[in-house]
Design a protein. Structure first.
Length: 700
């Protein structure tokens, strides 16, 4: 495999809504460039970058994957990313590792929710953006309509640099607005070959309109060109391209190209434009980092002569290989077998078999230059989002801000004896995919896993079985209910036992009173005259706490109450800490049922973004989940609804929201407070809790 210097590299994240044709496009580009020997297809499971068993089976991308295409002596690293929102973390990682984003938009479907999301990522990351209008050969493809859609809904800065000849089944050519030439494709074209002809007569008017728009857009981003243009001077192709590249780098222009990956039409022009318009890594502004230890800010400009700094943006674990690590070099070059350093983990790592990926294949390279993307296997302790640097210059880069998990489910093994393997497997999967998290909740006696959506978690369960041989199933997470008191009560706890020899004696009187939500538990010692000796009072407190942890109504811990211990008695010989603890337990058990105990449930503050059209349904659904709606306000293209909703009612909300809003809605939720459960619901909770405790007993 050849080695490319920074100026001969382009890193492009191919992003867009699900099924917009990204994977097919990446495959076509690598094939047309001659860097891949077969034109693969997603449907046949042969596309370069959809190679995992999950992806082949489902026919959509789940993981980001890389392919490269060499064009005009430049290596274009194409980062194919998944479009489904459940896997959006990988789209974000792809955007982070790239120097430009190619937003693929279906010519039939237009701007979709996934397009909006990746647009936001790329804009926030500040990388140049270009559009590719895909699937132009598909029924109902409409170039002008989708162009307007992008302009209205994403950015006014979009401008076509080519226009199609024919659309849908009639699509057979592309007019280049820079060269003023038309590429006509023959049926059966294998690798984007074309005949170059003049712009067809019937297209002249459309061509002129678009060409003028293009030149004016370019000229307005460059004062000198604008003057010359207004003075009636001709602007050369080279000048126009150079100005466009500058305009893109400044975020002022987003060129629009078009074609069909299946037919390979438009792929050659796209390759040429990627080389011409995407900045080389060496042309990108320096990235900000911190030196490890003293957190001093530094800037890293890409140069082979600088010490090596790279960021891991993806880890996958492959059967028989182990962890495979994808990294983007920000500065410095690196040789095969070099030793690098992971400062935060204090680990030296050897880059053995340094390689570049082409889909699932990896080709070893002797070295990689600053700006390139590489892959290595079997690092000891390096994970996604880690920075690799050198012992001499320990550096950490800003982390990729992966989106937080939204959906929580419980998971349990279906085969006895696999419990240990479950937690190791989950840990490995988290290291691969930071948008997936897991914890064991001792209180709920459940392992909880969280991710972007249920589809995401289902894939995780599939991987658990395939990679780690763990058979598991998803379920409803339990809710951490609490109990508290609404009234006051008082009474005695007296523990007396006489069983030959030394007996046990403890006696206390307590008062229980409610406290404000969130204040917890308070114990007040009101004993006067030593009726309970000082040394035994903490034991009473301890007994009460022990009993309160086991609850009154449904064995959930009691919170937010105060206990005053105001009277009692003791015995010189028989009293002990243990007997006063027992007295505390008994006092709580006697008194608590009279203090109007109630169940509390966790309430979450939920923010939902929905298209205006679905607002009624979304609000209705929140109400049916016992939600308390606070209001709704327009928020950019969507409407934001704020509500308080009990956690217990949020089960599978992501799926419901997805279907109500056709994938356009998103939400966020954070714990807010505990609130009293309405009586009818409380009855059901108690019944279920009984069953649950019964089952637990049986299992033991
Ligand atoms: N007609 C036509 N269909 C295409 C073309 N490119 C892709 N498709 C089909 O569109 C569907 C989606 O293509 P993919 O390449 O998997 O799309 P993607 O954007 O990678 O999808 P995700 O990975 O789910 O985000 C597949 O059925 C492809 O065969 C094209 O140029 N023309
Ligand atoms: Mg794909």
């Amino acid at each position: 495999m050849r080695v490319y210097t920074g100026d001969a590299i382009r890193n492009v994240a191919v992003v867009g809504h699900g099924a917009s044709g990204k994977t097919s496009l990446v495959d076509a580009l690598a094939f047309v460039a001659g860097s891949s020997s077969r034109h693969g297809r997603v449907e046949d499971g042969t596309a370069l970058t959809d190679y995992t068993p999950d992806e082949i089976e489902r026919q959509y991308s789940i993981n980001l994957a890389l392919a490269h295409a060499e064009w005009n002596k430049v290596k274009i690293n194409l980062i194919d990313t998944p479009g489904y929102l459940d896997f959006i973390g990988d789209a974000m990682a792809g955007v982070y590792a790239a120097d430009a984003a190619l937003l693929v938009v279906s010519a039939a479907a237009g701007v979709e929710v996934g397009t909006e999301k990746v647009w936001e990522f790329a804009e926030a990351r500040g990388i140049p953006r270009m559009f590719f209008l895909s699937l132009l050969d598909k029924e109902h493809a409409d170039f002008e309509k989708v162009y307007r859609d992008i302009k209205e809904h994403l950015t006014p800065k979009v401008v076509p640099i080519e226009i199609p000849v024919g659309e849908g089944p009639e699509f057979h050519g592309i007019i280049n607005l820079f060269s003023k030439k038309c590429h006509m494709y023959k049926k059966g074209t294998k690798a984007g070959e074309y005949d170059e002809v003049d712009v067809p007569e019937e297209y002249l008017q459309r061509f002129e309109t678009h060409q003028q728009e293009l030149i004016e857009t370019i000229a307005t981003t460059n004062d000198e060109l604008l003057e010359r243009y207004l003075g009636g001077e001709e602007i050369s192709r080279e000048e126009a391209v150079a100005a466009m590249k500058e305009g893109m780098a400044a975020g002022e222009i987003c060129p629009l190209l078009c074609g069909s990956a299946h037919l390979t039409y438009g792929t050659r022009a796209l390759l040429t434009k990627l080389v011409e318009l995407v900045p080389a890594p060496t042309e990108r502004p320096p990235v900000k980092a911190e030196t490890w230890g003293d957190a001093e800010g530094i800037e890293l400009a890409p140069a082979d002569s600088s010490p090596f700094v790279a960021q891991v943006f993806k880890t996958v674990s492959e059967p028989h290989v182990g962890d495979v690590t994808f990294f983007r070099i920000y500065t410095g070059s690196v040789s095969n077998g070099a030793e690098v350093y992971n400062a935060p983990r204090n680990t030296a790592e050897k880059l053995n078999h340094l390689s570049v990926p082409q889909g699932k294949d990896r080709s070893e390279v002797p070295m990689l230059h600053a700006g390139d993307i590489g892959v290595v296997a079997k690092l000891k302790d390096t994970h996604t989002n880690d920075t690799l640097s050198t012992q001499g210059q320990k550096v950490v880069l800003r982390k990729i801000p992966f989106p937080e998990p939204l959906t929580v489910l419980s998971v349990r093994v279906t085969k006895r004896g696999e419990e240990d393997k479950l937690s190791t497997g989950l840990q490995k999967l988290h290291e691969e995919d930071p948008t997936f998290e897991h914890t064991y909740s001792g209180e709920l006696a459940q392992t909880l896993i969280s991710g972007r959506g249920e589809r995401h978690l289902e894939i995780v369960i599939g991987r658990l079985e395939r990679k780690f041989g763990v058979h598991a199933e998803l379920g409803r997470p339990r809710v951490a209910y609490r109990e508290t008191f609404k009234g006051k009560a008082e009474g005695q706890g007296r523990h007396k036992k006489q069983t030959g020899g030394r007996g046990q004696f403890g006696d206390c009187w307590i008062r229980i009173a409610p406290q404000d939500r969130g204040t917890g538990y308070e114990f007040v010692d009101r004993i006067k005259g030593g009726v309970i000796p000082n040394k035994y009072i903490p034991a009473v407190d301890k007994g009460i706490q022990e009993a309160a942890a086991r609850g009154v109504l449904a064995r959930y811990p009691c919170v937010d109450f105060r206990v005053e211990c105001y009277d009692g008695s003791y015995h010189d010989v028989d009293s002990s800490e243990q007997s006063f603890k027992m007295a505390g337990i008994m006092a709580f058990r006697n008194v608590a049922p009279n203090a109007k105990p109630v169940l509390l449930e966790p309430i979450f503050e939920v923010e939902v973004w929905t298209p205006e059209d679905n607002l009624g349904e979304v609000m209705g659904d929140l109400s049916s989940r016992r939600g308390q709606i606070l209001g709704s306000v327009p928020d950019r293209r969507l409407t934001k609804v704020n509500a308080f909703v009990p956690e217990a009612e949020m089960y599978r909300y992501s799926t419901q929201l997805h279907s109500m809003t056709h994938g356009r809605g998103t939400f966020r939720w954070i714990f807010s407070t505990y609130q009293e459960v309405p009586p009818d619901v409380a009855e059901k909770i108690k019944e279920e809790r009984e069953k649950e405790l019964e089952e637990e007993k049986e299992r033991r």
